[in-house]
Design a protein around this ligand. Sequence first.
Ligand code: SAH
Length: 268
Amino acid sequence: MADPFAPNDVWLVGAGPGDPELLTRKAERLLREASVVFYDALVGPEVLTLAQPGTRLVHVGKRSGRHSKDQRTIDRMIVDAALAGERVVRLKGGDPCIFGRATEELDACRAAGIAVRICPGVTAASAAAATLGLSLTLRGLARKLTFVTAHARGSEKLDLNWSALADGEGTLVVYMGKAAASEVSSQLIAAGLSRDTPVALVESASLPEERVFLTRLDLLGLASRTTMGHGPTLLLIGKALKSCDSRIITFGQKQVFRRERGNETLPA
Ligand code: SAH
Protein backbone atom coordinates (compact mmCIF):
# COMPACT_ATOMS: atom_id res chain seq x y z
CA MET A 1 0.00 0.00 0.00
CA ALA A 2 1.24 3.50 -0.81
CA ASP A 3 2.67 5.55 2.05
CA PRO A 4 -0.22 7.68 3.36
CA PHE A 5 2.19 10.40 4.48
CA ALA A 6 3.54 12.61 1.72
CA PRO A 7 6.34 14.90 3.00
CA ASN A 8 4.92 17.58 5.35
CA ASP A 9 1.38 16.19 5.23
CA VAL A 10 -0.83 16.27 8.29
CA TRP A 11 -3.66 13.84 8.91
CA LEU A 12 -6.64 14.94 10.95
CA VAL A 13 -7.97 11.65 12.26
CA GLY A 14 -11.21 10.68 13.99
CA ALA A 15 -10.53 8.43 16.98
CA GLY A 16 -14.18 7.44 17.40
CA PRO A 17 -16.03 7.43 20.73
CA GLY A 18 -13.45 5.48 22.75
CA ASP A 19 -13.69 1.77 21.96
CA PRO A 20 -10.58 1.06 19.83
CA GLU A 21 -12.59 -1.40 17.75
CA LEU A 22 -14.65 1.52 16.52
CA LEU A 23 -11.65 3.08 14.78
CA THR A 24 -11.66 2.92 11.01
CA ARG A 25 -8.99 0.72 9.45
CA LYS A 26 -7.48 3.84 7.91
CA ALA A 27 -7.25 5.55 11.30
CA GLU A 28 -5.54 2.50 12.77
CA ARG A 29 -3.03 2.43 9.91
CA LEU A 30 -2.28 6.16 10.20
CA LEU A 31 -1.72 5.77 13.94
CA ARG A 32 0.69 2.89 13.34
CA GLU A 33 2.63 4.86 10.76
CA ALA A 34 2.77 8.26 12.47
CA SER A 35 5.92 9.59 14.11
CA VAL A 36 4.00 12.00 16.30
CA VAL A 37 0.39 11.98 17.48
CA PHE A 38 -1.22 15.08 18.98
CA TYR A 39 -4.28 13.83 20.83
CA ASP A 40 -7.26 15.24 22.70
CA ALA A 41 -8.56 14.46 26.18
CA LEU A 42 -11.49 12.56 24.72
CA VAL A 43 -9.40 10.03 22.81
CA GLY A 44 -9.94 6.61 24.40
CA PRO A 45 -6.77 5.47 26.24
CA GLU A 46 -6.74 2.13 24.47
CA VAL A 47 -6.74 3.84 21.08
CA LEU A 48 -3.30 5.26 21.80
CA THR A 49 -1.83 1.83 22.44
CA LEU A 50 -2.18 1.20 18.70
CA ALA A 51 0.68 3.62 17.96
CA GLN A 52 4.19 2.15 17.57
CA PRO A 53 6.37 2.17 20.71
CA GLY A 54 8.69 4.87 19.28
CA THR A 55 5.87 7.26 18.35
CA ARG A 56 5.75 10.52 20.27
CA LEU A 57 2.33 10.91 21.90
CA VAL A 58 1.55 14.51 22.78
CA HIS A 59 -1.50 15.33 24.87
CA VAL A 60 -3.01 18.64 23.80
CA GLY A 61 -6.35 17.96 25.43
CA LYS A 62 -8.96 20.42 26.45
CA ARG A 63 -11.78 19.55 28.82
CA SER A 64 -14.19 22.31 29.57
CA GLY A 65 -12.90 24.64 32.26
CA ARG A 66 -9.47 22.98 32.19
CA HIS A 67 -7.85 24.18 29.01
CA SER A 68 -4.35 22.82 29.07
CA LYS A 69 -3.27 24.31 25.73
CA ASP A 70 -4.95 27.07 23.81
CA GLN A 71 -5.99 26.51 20.24
CA ARG A 72 -3.24 28.69 18.75
CA THR A 73 -0.53 26.78 20.61
CA ILE A 74 -1.96 23.51 19.30
CA ASP A 75 -2.08 24.90 15.75
CA ARG A 76 1.56 25.96 16.02
CA MET A 77 2.72 22.62 17.42
CA ILE A 78 1.10 20.77 14.52
CA VAL A 79 2.54 23.12 11.91
CA ASP A 80 6.05 23.03 13.43
CA ALA A 81 6.07 19.24 13.55
CA ALA A 82 4.94 18.98 9.93
CA LEU A 83 7.56 21.50 8.77
CA ALA A 84 10.20 19.51 10.67
CA GLY A 85 9.32 16.53 8.48
CA GLU A 86 7.41 14.51 11.09
CA ARG A 87 4.59 12.18 10.10
CA VAL A 88 1.86 14.02 11.95
CA VAL A 89 -1.45 12.63 13.12
CA ARG A 90 -3.82 15.01 14.84
CA LEU A 91 -6.17 12.66 16.67
CA LYS A 92 -9.56 13.89 17.83
CA GLY A 93 -12.40 12.13 19.62
CA GLY A 94 -15.34 10.99 17.52
CA ASP A 95 -15.39 12.60 14.10
CA PRO A 96 -12.87 15.44 13.75
CA CYS A 97 -15.34 17.58 11.81
CA ILE A 98 -18.14 17.51 14.38
CA PHE A 99 -17.57 20.04 17.18
CA GLY A 100 -13.85 19.38 16.87
CA ARG A 101 -12.37 22.83 16.13
CA ALA A 102 -11.11 21.29 12.91
CA THR A 103 -11.39 24.52 10.94
CA GLU A 104 -8.76 26.34 13.01
CA GLU A 105 -6.26 23.53 12.48
CA LEU A 106 -7.06 23.11 8.80
CA ASP A 107 -6.63 26.86 8.28
CA ALA A 108 -3.37 27.01 10.24
CA CYS A 109 -1.87 24.16 8.23
CA ARG A 110 -3.02 25.53 4.90
CA ALA A 111 -1.71 28.98 5.75
CA ALA A 112 1.69 27.38 6.33
CA GLY A 113 1.48 25.57 2.97
CA ILE A 114 0.88 22.18 4.60
CA ALA A 115 -1.62 19.79 3.05
CA VAL A 116 -4.09 18.33 5.54
CA ARG A 117 -6.16 15.26 4.95
CA ILE A 118 -9.10 14.07 6.99
CA CYS A 119 -9.93 10.57 8.15
CA PRO A 120 -13.51 10.51 9.50
CA GLY A 121 -14.52 8.81 12.72
CA VAL A 122 -17.61 7.44 14.45
CA THR A 123 -19.24 10.38 16.17
CA ALA A 124 -20.54 10.12 19.75
CA ALA A 125 -24.19 10.31 18.60
CA SER A 126 -23.77 7.13 16.55
CA ALA A 127 -22.09 5.36 19.46
CA ALA A 128 -24.89 6.46 21.81
CA ALA A 129 -27.56 5.15 19.42
CA ALA A 130 -25.72 1.82 19.30
CA THR A 131 -25.57 1.72 23.10
CA LEU A 132 -29.28 2.43 23.33
CA GLY A 133 -30.05 -0.10 20.63
CA LEU A 134 -32.21 2.26 18.61
CA SER A 135 -32.36 4.35 15.49
CA LEU A 136 -32.02 8.12 15.75
CA THR A 137 -34.41 8.58 12.87
CA LEU A 138 -37.89 7.05 12.61
CA ARG A 139 -39.98 6.89 9.49
CA GLY A 140 -42.79 9.43 9.83
CA LEU A 141 -41.93 10.34 13.44
CA ALA A 142 -38.36 11.62 13.53
CA ARG A 143 -37.42 12.80 10.07
CA LYS A 144 -34.84 15.27 11.14
CA LEU A 145 -31.64 14.77 13.13
CA THR A 146 -30.00 17.81 14.67
CA PHE A 147 -26.58 17.95 16.33
CA VAL A 148 -26.14 20.98 18.53
CA THR A 149 -23.56 22.05 21.07
CA ALA A 150 -24.72 23.53 24.35
CA HIS A 151 -21.29 24.66 25.40
CA ALA A 152 -21.37 28.29 26.50
CA ARG A 153 -18.24 30.34 27.10
CA GLY A 154 -17.74 31.19 30.77
CA SER A 155 -20.92 32.66 32.21
CA GLU A 156 -22.42 33.52 28.81
CA LYS A 157 -26.01 32.43 28.22
CA LEU A 158 -26.65 29.80 25.60
CA ASP A 159 -27.49 31.48 22.35
CA LEU A 160 -29.50 28.88 20.48
CA ASN A 161 -32.57 29.11 18.29
CA TRP A 162 -34.83 27.23 20.70
CA SER A 163 -37.98 27.40 18.61
CA ALA A 164 -36.16 25.75 15.72
CA LEU A 165 -34.79 23.07 18.07
CA ALA A 166 -38.13 22.36 19.76
CA ASP A 167 -39.28 20.19 16.89
CA GLY A 168 -41.47 17.26 17.93
CA GLU A 169 -40.68 15.58 14.60
CA GLY A 170 -36.96 15.57 15.07
CA THR A 171 -34.24 14.00 17.18
CA LEU A 172 -32.00 16.46 18.94
CA VAL A 173 -28.53 15.36 20.03
CA VAL A 174 -26.82 17.78 22.38
CA TYR A 175 -23.03 17.62 22.58
CA MET A 176 -21.28 19.22 25.57
CA GLY A 177 -24.70 19.67 27.14
CA LYS A 178 -24.44 18.19 30.62
CA ALA A 179 -23.78 21.45 32.48
CA ALA A 180 -26.54 23.22 30.55
CA ALA A 181 -29.07 20.37 30.82
CA SER A 182 -31.54 22.34 32.98
CA GLU A 183 -31.49 25.27 30.61
CA VAL A 184 -31.86 23.00 27.59
CA SER A 185 -34.90 21.42 29.22
CA SER A 186 -36.61 24.65 30.27
CA GLN A 187 -35.92 26.44 26.99
CA LEU A 188 -37.23 23.57 24.87
CA ILE A 189 -40.38 23.33 26.99
CA ALA A 190 -40.88 27.10 26.81
CA ALA A 191 -40.50 26.85 23.03
CA GLY A 192 -43.31 24.29 22.89
CA LEU A 193 -41.72 20.84 23.12
CA SER A 194 -43.82 18.47 25.22
CA ARG A 195 -42.67 17.99 28.83
CA ASP A 196 -42.85 14.21 28.50
CA THR A 197 -40.64 14.01 25.41
CA PRO A 198 -38.33 11.02 25.92
CA VAL A 199 -34.72 11.82 26.76
CA ALA A 200 -31.61 9.67 27.10
CA LEU A 201 -28.37 10.66 28.76
CA VAL A 202 -25.44 8.57 27.58
CA GLU A 203 -22.07 8.93 29.23
CA SER A 204 -18.81 7.45 27.91
CA ALA A 205 -20.58 5.61 25.10
CA SER A 206 -18.66 2.53 23.92
CA LEU A 207 -16.26 2.55 26.89
CA PRO A 208 -16.30 0.07 29.80
CA GLU A 209 -17.51 2.82 32.17
CA GLU A 210 -20.48 3.66 29.92
CA ARG A 211 -23.69 4.80 31.69
CA VAL A 212 -27.20 5.32 30.39
CA PHE A 213 -30.17 7.02 31.98
CA LEU A 214 -33.56 7.35 30.36
CA THR A 215 -35.95 10.06 31.47
CA ARG A 216 -38.28 12.77 30.13
CA LEU A 217 -37.66 16.35 29.13
CA ASP A 218 -38.96 18.04 32.28
CA LEU A 219 -36.71 15.83 34.46
CA LEU A 220 -33.59 16.26 32.34
CA GLY A 221 -31.91 18.85 34.58
CA LEU A 222 -32.41 16.77 37.70
CA ALA A 223 -31.26 13.60 35.94
CA SER A 224 -28.13 15.29 34.67
CA ARG A 225 -27.21 16.55 38.15
CA THR A 226 -27.88 13.33 39.99
CA THR A 227 -27.31 10.33 37.77
CA MET A 228 -24.20 10.98 35.72
CA GLY A 229 -20.50 10.73 36.49
CA HIS A 230 -17.65 12.82 35.10
CA GLY A 231 -17.30 11.32 31.63
CA PRO A 232 -18.32 12.97 28.34
CA THR A 233 -22.10 12.91 28.07
CA LEU A 234 -24.61 13.31 25.28
CA LEU A 235 -28.24 14.32 25.70
CA LEU A 236 -30.59 12.77 23.16
CA ILE A 237 -34.10 14.18 22.94
CA GLY A 238 -37.12 13.20 20.87
CA LYS A 239 -39.69 10.55 20.05
CA ALA A 240 -37.06 8.24 18.60
CA LEU A 241 -35.80 7.68 22.15
CA LYS A 242 -39.13 6.12 23.04
CA SER A 243 -38.04 2.99 21.21
CA CYS A 244 -36.18 2.09 24.39
CA ASP A 245 -39.46 0.71 25.72
CA SER A 246 -38.02 -0.22 29.06
CA ARG A 247 -36.32 2.14 31.46
CA ILE A 248 -32.75 1.00 31.72
CA ILE A 249 -30.09 2.49 33.90
CA THR A 250 -26.66 1.08 33.40
CA PHE A 251 -23.42 1.66 35.20
CA GLY A 252 -20.30 0.32 33.57
CA GLN A 253 -22.23 -1.80 31.07
CA LYS A 254 -23.87 -3.56 34.00
CA GLN A 255 -27.59 -3.10 34.05
CA VAL A 256 -28.64 -2.26 37.58
CA PHE A 257 -32.27 -1.31 37.27
CA ARG A 258 -35.00 -2.00 34.81
CA ARG A 259 -38.62 -0.93 34.64
CA GLU A 260 -41.02 -2.41 32.14
CA ARG A 261 -44.69 -1.52 31.85
CA GLY A 262 -44.60 0.06 35.29
CA ASN A 263 -43.13 -3.00 37.03
CA GLU A 264 -39.85 -2.25 38.66
CA THR A 265 -37.53 -5.20 38.76
CA LEU A 266 -33.89 -5.79 39.38
CA PRO A 267 -32.26 -7.83 36.64
CA ALA A 268 -31.77 -11.51 37.39
N1 SAH B 1 -15.84 15.26 17.69
C1 SAH B 1 -16.59 14.60 18.74
C2 SAH B 1 -17.35 15.57 19.61
C3 SAH B 1 -16.46 16.53 20.38
S1 SAH B 1 -17.37 17.59 21.43
C4 SAH B 1 -17.54 13.56 18.14
O1 SAH B 1 -17.72 13.55 16.91
O2 SAH B 1 -18.08 12.75 18.89
C5 SAH B 1 -17.22 16.74 22.97
C6 SAH B 1 -18.56 16.20 23.40
O3 SAH B 1 -18.88 15.04 22.65
C7 SAH B 1 -18.64 15.75 24.85
O4 SAH B 1 -18.84 16.83 25.73
C8 SAH B 1 -19.84 14.83 24.79
O5 SAH B 1 -21.03 15.59 24.74
C9 SAH B 1 -19.64 14.16 23.43
N2 SAH B 1 -18.93 12.87 23.53
C10 SAH B 1 -17.72 12.58 23.03
N3 SAH B 1 -17.41 11.29 23.26
C11 SAH B 1 -18.46 10.76 23.92
C12 SAH B 1 -18.76 9.46 24.43
N4 SAH B 1 -17.91 8.44 24.30
N5 SAH B 1 -19.96 9.28 25.05
C13 SAH B 1 -20.84 10.29 25.19
N6 SAH B 1 -20.61 11.53 24.72
C14 SAH B 1 -19.44 11.76 24.10
